[in-house]
Design a protein around this ligand. Structure first.
Ligand code: SF4
Length: 387
């Protein structure tokens, strides 16, 4: 059944499909289970919760709890799961939503990865900034914010000078966490990253940076670029695979122009995940994969940023003070394909992202630790105070 309407009490749901199965229910000698159709390649937790929500509604409507729910992915695969495994989490979400409905004033924003794509970001970010909310600090969690506020440490300024002496004074938070959060508050007030003291890891030279622009809905790589050496003066090359079958060749051509043992720096999971899928279907050279080095992990470990950092755009804006969208939004790249200047846009976006990554490497990974300890937090507050 397509687009059945499920209504019970204060809840309403429109699942994509209801599948008819044998077994008694209020409808007779059959009952239904929920099947939702998604454009993603893997199931996400929010999609599973959505199906659980529908399944609970359906259970009330047909007076029989469906045992399973299912999600159909973009490649036609169906992932079926036991509703009971996720029922407790779904109950928690429904309870939180009811609480929010009953007392909207109690809702408080918390800066998180989803804010960048949320309709309410302008309102929430303004509110957070005005209150100097602790969620503006990199590494903050809901739990840590609640504990710190309970201790009277309510704003970023409070946290920048928060020096509890005993476990009780820090609400039994881990001392390393408190130190890192305090550094995060100091970085926020300074408006620039604080590069941490850290053990020397292996050198990343010679190194190239690889980067790709993808269409996650079509599961396609739209363009791929390389910068060698991994500096702003490096040589930029790029390829635009015209179809899925050309993607592997595009990578091979880019890598062929690099020194054989150079480290292949990339940002996040996109490149290794794509590589894994491609390598599975062909005779891939295992020596290539071991050259991959994730810049995102290294950048995160090397410094404390003035704001929480989630994706590349956050590292660029927080780490470099640059507009990460000045060459367009990577998420819009698929929409450029129909434009007459599609090639120019893709090239410019790749080039800009690669240069940003090279600058992050130079200014964060290759930089000396920020000399802050000698001055202490007072100096940070003085530096952050308007003239
Ligand atoms: S911007 Fe959206 S996701 Fe972020 S706190 Fe506000 S409502 Fe929540």
């Amino acid at each position: 059944m397509h687009q059945g309407v499920l209504s019970a009490g204060d809840r309403l749901g429109l699942p994509d499909l209801l599948r008819k199965l044998p077994g008694d229910s209020a409808f007779g000698a059959h009952h239904y289970e929920v099947v939702d159709v998604k454009t993603s390649g893997r199931t996400r937790s929010d999609q599973i919760l959505q199906v659980c929500f529908y399944s609970q509604l359906l259970g009330e409507v047909q007076q029989r709890a469906p045992e399973h729910g299912a999600i159909v992915l973009k490649d036609g695969r169906e992932e079926r799961f036991a509703v009971a495994d996720y029922a407790a989490a779904a109950d928690e979400v429904v309870a939180a939503l009811r609480q929010l409905r009953d007392d909207p004033g109690a809702a408080r924003p918390f800066l998180q990865a989803g804010c960048a794509g949320c309709y309410h970001d302008q309102r929430c970010l303004g509110e957070l900034g005005k209150a100097q909310d602790l969620s503006l600090v990199q590494g903050m969690s809901h739990g840590a914010r609640a504990i710190l506020e309970g201790l009277g440490c309510r704003t970023v300024v409070d946290l920048a000078t928060f020096h509890p002496e005993h476990a009780r004074q820090r609400g039994n938070l881990d001392p390393t966490l408190v130190r890192r959060l305090r550094r995060g508050a100091q970085a926020h007030l300074l408006g620039k990253p604080i590069v941490e003291e850290r053990p020397r890891t292996e050198r990343l030279e010679p190194a190239a940076i690889l980067h790709l622009l993808a269409d996650p809905y079509a599961g396609r790589v739209l363009a791929m670029g390389a910068l060698f050496p991994a500096t702003e003066a490096g040589r930029f090359e790029w390829r635009r695979p015209q179809q899925a079958g050309d993607e592997w060749q595009a990578l091979r051509e880019l890598v062929a122009g690099l020194p054989p043992r150079s480290a292949l720096l990339h940002f996040g999971e996109a490149l290794p995940r794509w590589y894994e899928e491609q390598a599975f279907a062909r005779e891939a050279d295992p020596a290539l994969e071991v050259r991959f080095v994730d810049l995102q992990k290294r950048l995160r470990a090397a410094a404390v940023y003035p704001r929480p950092v989630f994706g590349l755009a956050d590292f660029v804006s927080s780490g470099l003070g640059r507009d990460p969208l000045r060459a367009g939004h990577a998420g819009a790249a698929a929409l450029w394909l129909g434009l007459p200047d599609a090639d120019a846009r893709l090239e410019q976006k790749l080039r800009t992202d690669l240069l940003d990554l090279a600058t992050l490497k130079a200014q964060i990974l290759d930089a000396a630790p920020t000399p802050l300890a000698a001055d202490g937090p007072r100096a940070v507050l003085d530096a952050a105070r308007p003239a």
